[in-house]
Write a new protein. Sequence first.
Length: 405
Amino acid sequence: MTVRVHGICAPGFEGVRAEFERSFAERDELGASVAATLGGEVVVDLWGGDADRSGTRPWERDTLVNVYSTTKGMTALCAHLLADRGELDLDAPVARYWPRFAQAGKGDIPVRWLLSHRAGLIAPGEPMAPGAAYDWEKVTEALAATAPWWRPGTAQGYHAVTFGFLVGEVVRRVSGLSLGEFLRAEVTGPLGADVHVGTPESEHGRCADLAPPVSGAGGAGAARSTFGDAPKPPVGGLDDHPMAPVTLALHYVPLGDVNSAAYRSAELPAANGHATARGLAAVYAELACGRLLSPGALERLRTRQSEEDEPDLVLGAATPLAESWPWGLGYMLNQYGQAGPNPRAFGHGGMGGSYAFADPENRVSYAYTMNRMGAGTSGEDLRSVHLVGALYRALRERGAVPEQG
């Protein structure tokens, strides 16, 4: 199918446009956008396709879409801003800022374990009713009362949904603002970046609808059926329930209809950021160019927190490709070249395929958003990989040679 692609590519970056067009022709793309900056200047800003499955709404320059866990990079940034200002100590116990968190033996868990998926709190102790995810106080109270699923600090396991509530509650208690309010006041508002956690109802008309994958592999539909069959493992151990890590997050905190107004308006800082690729790339451009955070803070957030080849109890059970994914403080560290050739690049991806990152050594930022869910958690969805490859080929050809480590 031929889809008209809109937007601009700087001279020399036409290969990115060609790969973007190929995604529509060969990779089942429905609607999408991709953006990249070099030295803070936009070199790619493309969009095309449809914002819904019926084909009645074209994807526009300002179309927003749910980017799932790509949101986590924005949430982590809020915590790092506070830490950089001396208002938050990442090595202090979470309970210093959130006293009720000390329940159930959690008094010594430091803030950094929330950011690095080492707190053992991948779900509340009991499943929550449908709609509870939209009640911030209810979810955070449940997490404060929950005993860790494993001994904190001894293992990493991706906190797919709870990451946002845990880090977001610390940000709220330190700053007095919700995560979405803080992000808007301190980052996206001043930058004019179109990224929202808690999307205002006035902006819902710009939101694309997520669509299931053509193949049926991966994506939102598969995740819902898998998580919906979750067993109820005992708090304190996973040995008797090998699939428990995979099934806990959405079964215990169900997100509901991700195309609904209620979902879009809620603040779910691990999962429901709505953004344009341009907006995400603008935020990461600030990090790539040494702005927003001090050099020390930039190094801290991308310092590896995982042991060498340490398995991830959640992602490793879900897909062998992510079995030993290395985590920084709230960010995925570059692995398998998904963020280009620089091993020091960092960012975050989301279920279904969205991805955004910063490459400070080369002053590059990148973001890709889409509404056709792909097998983004299994490594089989190569739409972003092809776009990143084309971006770095263009950089090499123009003499902006990437760092190789």
